[in-house]
Design a protein around this ligand. Structure first.
Ligand code: RNT
Ligand code: ZN
Length: 429
């Protein structure tokens, strides 16, 4: 049900006063929130399919389950779906592309031969909307990654193929950054690992260092492209050993001063990335977050408003790390409407940031420094029921995006008018 605008204004005034009494300026929080972009991952829109033809198995130990109708099968469809999604999000956000989402004109160039020309359609689209782009080489869904090894492969020829793919992608990243006047973060994630216990853990890791160094050898203008590296604990088919583990990439990023990517679903189940941010930020220049949600074996469920999501946002705000952090999403769910999946995940990340920005941090820190841990806990718990939801609604209203669950009506209309009439779907002819 639509919320009455005047009622919301009145509720907001009360909420503003309630926060002001705690020394929190809701207007300042909203203004700040509007400057924080979330990089939407293109791959939620088509189940990590991409536009190489013929599209093969996703591979890399990644799995997308579900067959909800209406997925995007062309770049124009995906862009249209993204436009619909951005219209439901307050603030200005970014798009994170994978290399397999180029427009290859019906051909499938080798991955080491792709260039900025294959992304012109995306650049034009992004420029028109003033959306910044991020990028990822695709080290999976390819015969040369068929045995689950890429940059750490024992075969020097295969390693070189993937090094060259990474180099091509860094240049694409720089071209995207230059064209849009906004730094592109190019993130390297590789699937490399073993299903069963390896005889040598050492050799693949040494090879990976060598490959990464070769890939990153040419310095690029950091205002155009920044390199990031992403670790993982395990994947399907790499249960016993992952070459690019957390320790591996933390050391790599620290010694090479690369951006470290922490994916919320890539650690042991009781390990949380909110706990790691203030540790790694002492050693790496910047952070990329893949905000995700692990559920048992899956690291990629749609992001919900969990304690951990709020804790991540709180750590970024409390530690004043936002200026050094790039926030991206990473999940893929094909069992629900894909635009709704993006919208739910992204709105939750923005909501979590708002909760963090509305925290009376100074008072908590003062209680802590005074040794009054009773007050610290009492305040933290009371804080949970402060009327941040009203401030969120007001922010949506101000940003001219749907307030509350009416965004779903828009998605349903789009589903009927557009998604379900795509070829091969229920109501299409
Ligand atoms: C895989 C990594 C990686 C991918 C994307 C598609 O476990 O999280 O970020 O999800 O590159
Ligand atoms: Zn990830």
């Amino acid at each position: 049900m639509a919320v009455s605008e005047s009622q919301l204004q009145q509720s907001y005034e009360l909420a503003r006063e309630r926060f002001a009494a705690l020394g929190v300026d809701t207007e300042a929080a909203i203004t700040r929130l509007a400057t924080i972009p979330i990089s939407l991952h293109c791959w939620q829109g088509d189940d990590v399919g991409g536009f190489e033809s013929p599209s093969g198995d996703i591979g890399g130990g990644l799995a997308v389950t579900g067959n909800y109708p209406g997925k995007a099968t062309t770049p124009d469809e995906l862009r249209s779906d993204l436009d619909q999604t951005y219209a439901l999000l307050p603030g200005k956000h970014r798009l994170n592309l994978h290399a397999i989402y180029g427009e290859f004109g019906g051909l499938t160039p080798e991955r080491n031969e792709i260039g900025p020309e294959h992304f012109q359609g995306w650049i034009d689209w992004a420029r028109e909307r003033q959306v910044g782009l991020d990028f990822n080489p695709t080290f999976f869904a390819h015969p040369n990654a068929g045995d689950g090894l890429t940059l750490s492969h024992p075969d020097a020829g295969i390693r070189q193929y993937w090094i060259d793919h990474g180099i091509a992608c860094r240049h694409i990243g720089a071209a995207l950054g230059q064209a849009l006047g906004s730094t592109c973060v190019t993130n390297v994630w590789i699937p490399d690992g073993h299903k069963d216990s390896p005889a040598s853990r050492k050799a693949p890791r040494e090879r990976l260092i060598e490959s990464l160094d070769a890939m990153f050898a040419q310095p690029l203008d950091p205002s155009e492209n920044l390199d990031a590296v992403e670790c993982k604990l395990f994947g399907i088919g790499s249960e016993s050993f992952v070459v690019g583990s957390h320790e591996f990439y933390l050391g790599y990023a620290a010694t090479r001063q690369k951006v470290l990517c922490l994916d919320a679903g890539h650690f042991h189940p009781t390990e949380v990335i909110s706990e790691k941010i203030s540790a790694v930020m002492n050693y790496v220049p910047e952070l990329l977050l893949h905000v995700s949600r692990g559920v048992r074996w899956d690291s990629d469920h749609v992001v919900t408003l969990t304690d951990e999501l709020v804790a991540i946002a709180q750590e970024l705000v409390r530690g004043e790390y936002l200026a050094r952090t790039h926030i991206g999403l990473d999940f893929f769910d094909a069992s629900i409407n894909r635009i709704a999946a993006w919208t739910i995940g992204a709105r939750n990340v923005i909501r979590a940031l708002l909760i963090a920005l509305l925290e009376p941090t100074q008072q908590l820190v003062e209680a802590e420094l005074a040794g009054d841990l009773t007050k610290r806990l009492a305040m933290m718990e009371e804080q949970k029921s402060l009327p941040w939801g009203v401030v969120w609604d007001y922010y949506c209203l101000q940003s001219d995006v749907p307030v509350g669950d009416i965004w779903l009506e828009e998605v349903r209309n789009y589903e009927q008018s557009t998604l379900f009439s795509r070829p091969g779907n229920p109501t299409s002819v």
